[in-house]
Design a protein around this ligand. Structure first.
Ligand SMILES: [Mg+2]
Length: 175
C-alpha cells in the first residue's frame, strides 16, 4: 500500500517553489508530462511552464521530464525548453526514473517524482526510491489508455482517504 501513498498531495506542480523544495532538501524534480505539466491533448508548452522552469533553473533545481508517451509527443512539447526528457519511461516500472537518476547523477533521497497518476507516476517513483508528489490532473479528461488506470485509482484513493481522513489536497508541500 505504501507504493500507492504519495508523500505529498499538491493541487498543481506550478505551486512548488524552490524555497519549499529546499526546505525538504530536494534539488531535482522528475515530472510526468501529460496532465501534470500540460493538458494531455495540448501539443505545446505553456508560458506558465516556461516561467516555472526559469525559476527552478535560477535556483539550481534540475527538472527532467519522465513520460510514458512517445518521443514525438514529448519532444514536440518540451524540446524548445532545453530540459532533458525521457520518453517511453514504462511507468509504473522504475526503469525510466532509475535511468534519469543514473544519467544525471541524482541522489534519490533528494529527488521527487511529480505526477497526476497514482498507478504510474507515484508507484514508479516509490519503486525507484524517490519521494513523490501527486498533483491534480490539469484537465478532467484523459487519453483512452489512461481511463482504466483512473478507474482503479479512484478506488484506491477512496480507500486511502478512509484510512487517512486527515489527507487532503494542499496548495504547498507544508500547508
Ligand atoms: Mg499524466
Amino acid at each position: 500500500m505504501a507504493l500507492f501513498k504519495p508523500n505529498w498531495l499538491v493541487n498543481r506542480i506550478y505551486n512548488l517553489t524552490p524555497t519549499e523544495l529546499k526546505r525538504h532538501q530536494i534539488n531535482a524534480i522528475l515530472t510526468d508530462l501529460d496532465n501534470t505539466l500540460i493538458a494531455w491533448h495540448e501539443p505545446n508548452y505553456s508560458a506558465e511552464l516556461q516561467e516555472w522552469l526559469e525559476v527552478m533553473k535560477q535556483n539550481h533545481i534540475q527538472v527532467i521530464v519522465v513520460s510514458n508517451n512517445r518521443k514525438k509527443r514529448v519532444a514536440l512539447a518540451v524540446s524548445d525548453l532545453h530540459i532533458p526528457f525521457i520518453w517511453n519511461a514504462l511507468k509504473p516500472f522504475p526503469f525510466g526514473i532509475k535511468r534519469a537518476l543514473r544519467h544525471f547523477n541524482l541522489d534519490a533521497e533528494h529527488t521527487v517524482m511529480v505526477g497526476d497518476q497514482l498507478l504510474t507516476d507515484i508507484q514508479a517513483g516509490h519503486l525507484a526510491g524517490v519521494k513523490t508528489v501527486m498533483v491534480r490532473p490539469i484537465v478532467e479528461t484523459d487519453s483512452w489508455n489512461t481511463k482504466f488506470n483512473r478507474f482503479l485509482e479512484t478506488r484506491i484513493m477512496r480507500h486511502y482517504y478512509q484510512k487517512n481522513p486527515e489527507t487532503t489536497w494542499r496548495e504547498h508541500l507544508d500547508d
